[in-house]
Design a protein around this ligand. Structure first.
Ligand code: ZN
Length: 250
C-alpha cells in the first residue's frame, strides 16, 4: 500500500528504527521540537528489541507523524516470518507481541509500505518491493532501486547505518553522510540511520533534516541516556545482548 500525501515539504526531519527505545525517541523529539520543522516522517521499526514499544507508539500516534511499516512492526503484529529473525531478535519480537496493546496493534497493522509526498519517497527498506525488505547496501542494489521510484529523493532505513547515494546520469557516488548540498540535477537514496539502535560504532542517535531554502541535507548525531534504555531492557528480562549493543553502537 502506498499513501500519496499532498504538498511538498521544504523543511523537515526524517528518522527511522526507533525499536522501542523511549529515551532515544524522547531525546530526538525534544531536539526537533526546538527547531520548529514543518514536517516529520518515520521510516518504521517503531518496535522490536527495546523495552518500551507501547510508549514509542504513543509518541508517534499522538504527534500524527506519518510512518511507514518496518519489518519488525510487521512481524510483531502478524507473528509471521519470525523464522527469518535470529534468536535474540525472535525473543524480543515475541516479548513485544505479548505486550503491545490492541490500539497499537491496530496502528502498526494500518501502516503503509510507502509514502510519497511531493519530491520525496519514504520506505522502510527499499523502494523496490518494499514488503520484501531488501537491503540497499551495494552500488548494484542502489542502481536497481533508483529505477523503482521516480521522485527526487528516496529515504530508507532498515540497515541502521547512515549513507547517501547520488545518481547523476548513470554515475553513482557515495558522499560521506554528514552535510550534503542538494542538486536538482541529481537523484538521491538516503539512509537516515537509526534512532534506537545505531550500528555504526557510534551509540548516538541518528536522524536527517532537509532544508530546501538552503539546499541542505544534514545528518545529526545526538547523545541520549543510553543507560536508561539499557536498564529498561534488563528490567524487562530481554536478552542482555540488546542492552550491551546500545552502548557499543552496534
Ligand atoms: Zn530496524
Amino acid at each position: 500500500m502506498t499513501i500519496d500525501m499532498p504538498g511538498s515539504p521544504s523543511r523537515f526531519v526524517v528518522f527511522s528504527d526507533v525499536h522501542g527505545n523511549l529515551p532515544a525517541l524522547d531525546t530526538l523529539l525534544k531536539e526537533i521540537d526546538s527547531c520548529d520543522y514543518e514536517a516529520c516522517f518515520c521510516l518504521g521499526d517503531v518496535v522490536g528489541y527495546g523495552a518500551n514499544p507501547n510508549q514509542c507508539c504513543d509518541r508517534i500516534v499522538s504527534r500524527k507523524i506519518p510512518t511507514v511499516m518496518g519489518n519488525h512492526d510487521y512481524v510483531a503484529v502478524m507473528l509471521e516470518d519470525v523464522e527469518y529473525f535470529n534468536e535474540v531478535a525472535r525473543t524480543a519480537i515475541k516479548w513485544t507481541h505479548e505486550r503491545l496493546v490492541p490500539e497499537h496493534v491496530d496502528f502498526l497493522k494500518s501502516l503503509p509500505h510507502r509514502i510519497d509526498r511531493g519530491d520525496f519517497t519514504f520506505v522502510h527498506a527499499s523502494p523496490f518491493e518494499p514488503p520484501r525488505w531488501h537491503y540497499v547496501l551495494t552500488r548494484s542494489d542502489a542502481r536497481l532501486n533508483f529505477d523503482a521510484f521516480d521522485k527526487w529523493i528516496c529515504f530508507v532505513g532498515h540497515s541502521h547505518q547512515a549513507f547517501v547515494v547520488e545518481l547523476l546520469g548513470r554515475e553513482l557516488t557515495c558522499p560521506d553522510p554528514e552535510e550534503i548540498e542538494l542538486d536538482r540535477e541529481k537523484r538521491y537514496i538516503v539512509n537516515v540511520g537509526s534512532v534506537g539502535q545505531p550500528r555504526d560504532h557510534n551509540p548516538d542517535l541518528c536522524y536527517v533534516s532537509v532544508d530546501l531554502a538552503e539546499n541542505r541535507l544534514r545528518f545529526h548525531r545526538v547523545a541520549y541516556p543510553v543507560h536508561e534504555a539499557q536498564r529498561a531492557i534488563i528490567q524487562a528480562g530481554l536478552p542482555m545482548e540488546l542492552a550491551d549493543r546500545l552502548g557499543l553502537g552496534w
